[in-house]
Design a protein around this ligand. Structure first.
Ligand code: UDP
Length: 323
């Protein structure tokens, strides 16, 4: 059955992929974005699809948001993705990052209340901070600095989860919280400073690969298709209010990632070691047992496969190279 689905942050990396998938499934999609950390051209991609409506608006601007959405008779589901998510981006937009996760979050939940819509809110592995427990299970409460460069995002997302909890408790809203671990795929902004985009573009240009620190810190990387599968499954499940990790538990050091990218692109790049940013988590790997059990979900794309996809994507999109 066709649903009307609101996607906030629709022009970001995850939003662009999600909107495409929901339209393909035959739903009416309302996308909103203020382009604070996304590229305008992505809002144009689906403009010829009669089921797609796009509005440039900040979710923290309640009156404007209510006015634009007022023209829709129904909203069945809301995917709340609006927020800068790459470390350099949210550090540059620190106050906006806090606002979107507090005022913006409440505005979205008020809309959900009015329409009786289900909400899937995207939180993050960053709420675990620089974790002292490994891998990170949802019950782990984290090791977060309240006054550091990452705090606007980490604490912003933590309070956004609390706001979800209160709207569920007070008004019985159906809200699902997903804690997303490092994800990559097509439509990632090459300028947003993330490790996979940086390394792939550096390698394609035969430039130095910039490892921050000694490269021994770990991350586990999830391909976008696996994330979307997990998010849509969660939206469709009728399960008690809770947060669920969605990520790929295959863990790599950043040095291993750099070597893999160089090998896969046949790059002549050399690795250089730069300063490690403050509060950069030393390790990260999701415990996904909950998602496996409750959503009957597991990631399917291995890093090497996903990297092949993204290398081809950047070669075609940014270098016009046919592969
Ligand atoms: N990183 C790196 N070189 C880069 C960009 C990032 O070594 O050019 C490191 C960064 O310090 C972190 C990891 O790669 O340890 C992942 O960084 P990213 O910004 O992708 O996301 P994070 O997981 O830190 O939010």
């Amino acid at each position: 059955m066709s649903k009307t689905i609101l996607v906030t942050g629709s022009s970001g990396f995850i939003g662009t992929n999600l909107v495409g998938l929901l339209l393909k499934q035959g739903h009416v999609v309302i996308g909103i974005d203020n382009f604070s950390s996304s590229e305008k051209w992505k809002s144009e991609i689906y403009k010829d699809n009669p089921n797609y409506y796009f509005f440039e608006v900040d979710i923290a601007e309640k009156d404007e948001l209510d006015r634009l959405l007022g023209q829709f008779q129904k909203v069945d589901e809301i995917y709340n993705l609006a927020c800068p998510a790459s470390p350099p981006r949210y550090m540059n937009l620190s106050l906006e990052t806090i606002t979107v996760n507090t005022e913006g979050m409440m505005n979205i939940l008020e809309i959900a209340k009015r329409y009786g819509a289900k909400v899937l809110h995207t939180s993050t592995s960053e709420i675990y901070g620089d974790p002292l427990v490994h891998p990170q299970h949802e019950d782990y409460r984290g090791n977060v600095n309240t006054i550091g460069p990452r705090s606007c995002y980490d604490e912003g997302k933590r309070i956004s989860e609390t706001i979800c909890y209160e709207y569920h408790r007070l008004f019985n809203l159906d809200i699902k919280i997903v804690r997303i671990f490092n994800t990559y795929g097509p439509f990632m902004d090459p300028q947003d400073g993330r490790v996979i985009t940086n390394f792939v573009l550096q390698a394609l240009n035969n430039e130095d690969i910039t490892i921050y620190g000694d490269g021994s810190q770990t991350r586990s990387f999830q391909y976008i298709d696996d994330l979307l599968d997990g998010m849509i499954r969660y939206m469709e499940r009728d399960i008690p209010f809770q947060a669920i990790n969605i990520g790929n538990p295959e863990e790599f050091t950043i040095l291993e990632l750099a070597e893999m990218v160089i090998k896969m692109t046949n790059a002549k790049s050399k690795i250089i070691f730069c300063d490690l940013p403050k509060d950069d988590p030393k390790q990260r790997k999701p415990d996904i047992s909950k998602a496996m059990k409750l959503l009957d979900w597991r990631p399917r794309v291995r890093l090497e496969e996903g990297l092949t996809e993204i290398i081809v994507y950047y070669k075609i999109k940014y270098y016009g190279i046919l592969v």
